[in-house]
Design a protein. Structure first.
Length: 448
């Protein structure tokens, strides 16, 4: 038997702990190990479950074939105990990814999954190959509140630097019910966050965008005074010592919601919504330094009689610049996108097939070249986070609802870290006030 032929499966396990079998999602951990040879009929997967609480639980396993072949129907996974087994559930797109849940014994008796190592056997008749259990950092399927407090936190964004995660957001915690300030915090694992550091210093400040160039952080945000609103920037070698702020643009009226990136040439660009011509349009500008934008002109990405806002700017692996933004130009709120090869001349915007009323987009391209768009839209009485993907920015997957908490969730920000983990931050109204939450996954189609 040639074990080099066949497939590679990646398996993750999470312990879902609660007072009943279908409890709240907990943490999910990946553990190392590889099976280099097993029979084609059944192969063992050693899995360590990290405990969160000792109670009735559900053991979930994600199987992903990283090869070109699909996982065949009828594949069975079982735990090394009599009577505990489960067949693969419906395929998650694409068809080489499946989820399986071990709930209990075959007679319906609940199964208790305490701390320990479980051996899961994959029965795949007629298939030979190598099953690898990936080694990775913790993955957070159950949302974690980054910096809980009794006031309101909004508009998060994420960045990675030196292997750590950094998050910026705006909050009224320093002036409850009054002005908002931009705050930044960092974490080594996404679970425990350091105390927030204040970045802005006057007026009301919102909608931060955070970027790191390898040595320094740059941050952009909008600051409101009684008569207008402008984009400002700061930089810092560390998040606790920021430079003086600099105004990034000089357009009329209100300018807000910046999205700042560093492109493949090391140049910085900022996109934002400007009311320069009376209604909001998307503008873009190239920096003449790291966080200095004053010396270069602004360019309107597109001018339209409707209101365009909340741009999300990226450069893809082919060097193409893309801006996704929310607009009501079709008669109701939705998300549109346009692109440019030089960040100066932009194509005609086109509408994306998001859920009705979709707003506040976050666009990203992952290390495999796939584009992901997340946003929020009302489903019933609540705002939920939605996600869809495309391999060419033309054909898009169906919309998938990421959240299901029964509370309002808005302003998602999606990124992929250098290790491959996808991180999502967003604001949620839990307990009467708005807080920033974060979650992550190694498979962007599966968020728990």
């Amino acid at each position: 038997m040639d074990v080099r032929k066949g497939f590679t499966a990646i398996v993750s396990v999470c312990l879902l702990a609660a007072l009943a079998i279908m409890g709240a999602v907990s943490l999910i951990y990946w553990v190392g190990g590889a099976i280099t040879s097993q029979s084609a009929a059944e192969r063992a997967l050693p899995i360590t479950v990290v405990p969160i609480a000792n109670d009735f639980a559900t053991l979930k396993v994600m199987v992903a074939n990283t090869g070109t072949s699909t996982i065949p129907a009828g594949t069975v996974l079982r735990i090394a105990e009599n009577g505990v087994s489960a067949t693969l559930e419906d395929a998650l797109p694409p068809t080489n990814q499946r989820q399986v849940t071990f709930i209990g014994y075959s007679d319906g008796t609940p199964r208790f999954f305490p701390t320990g190592t479980y051996t899961v056997y994959a029965s795949r008749v007629g298939q030979a190959g190598v099953i690898t259990v990936a080694s990775e950092a913790p993955v957070i399927l159950s949302p974690i509140s980054v910096s809980p407090n009794a006031n309101n936190d909004y508009n998060p964004c994420l960045e990675e630097a030196g292997g750590d995660l950094y998050i910026a957001w705006d909050s009224d915690r320093l002036d409850p019910g009054g002005d908002y300030e931009v705050l930044v915090a960092n974490s080594t694992n996404g679970s425990l966050w350091a105390n927030a550091v204040q970045v802005s210093d006057s007026q009301s400040n919102k909608n931060p965008s955070l970027e790191h160039n390898g040595t320094h952080f740059g941050i952009a945000w909008d600051m409101t005074n009684p008569s207008n609103e402008h984009i400002f920037t700061k930089e810092s070698a560390a998040i606790d010592a920021w430079s003086s702020k600099k105004q990034a643009e000089n357009e009329n009226n209100r300018n807000r919601e910046p999205s700042m990136i560093m492109d493949s040439a090391g140049d910085y660009f900022i996109a934002w919504a400007s009311q320069d011509l009376g209604n909001y349009d998307i503008y873009i500008k190239k920096a003449d330094g790291f966080t200095s934008f004053a010396g270069n002109p602004s360019t309107a990405v597109d001018t339209n009689a409707s209101a365009d806002s909340y741009p999300s700017l990226i450069q893809d692996s082919n060097g193409m610049y893309w801006v996704a933004f929310q607009t009501d130009r079709s008669g109701s709120m939705g998300i549109w996108v346009t692109n440019s090869s030089n960040a100066t001349t932009w194509g005609t915007p086109r509408q994306l097939p998001v859920k009705p009323g979709g707003v506040e987009p976050s666009l990203v391209q992952d290390s495999n070249g796939r584009y992901w768009l997340t946003y929020h839209a009302i489903d019933g009485i609540y705002d939920y986070i939605w996600l869809m993907y495309s391999d060419d920015m033309l054909e898009w997957s169906p919309n998938s609802r990421v959240s299901s908490t029964g509370v309002n969730e808005r302003s998602p920000f999606l990124m992929q870290a250098s290790g491959g983990t996808y991180w999502m931050a967003y604001e949620a109204a839990v307990g009467g006030n708005w807080d920033i939450y974060i979650r992550s996954t190694t498979n962007a189609m599966y968020w728990g």
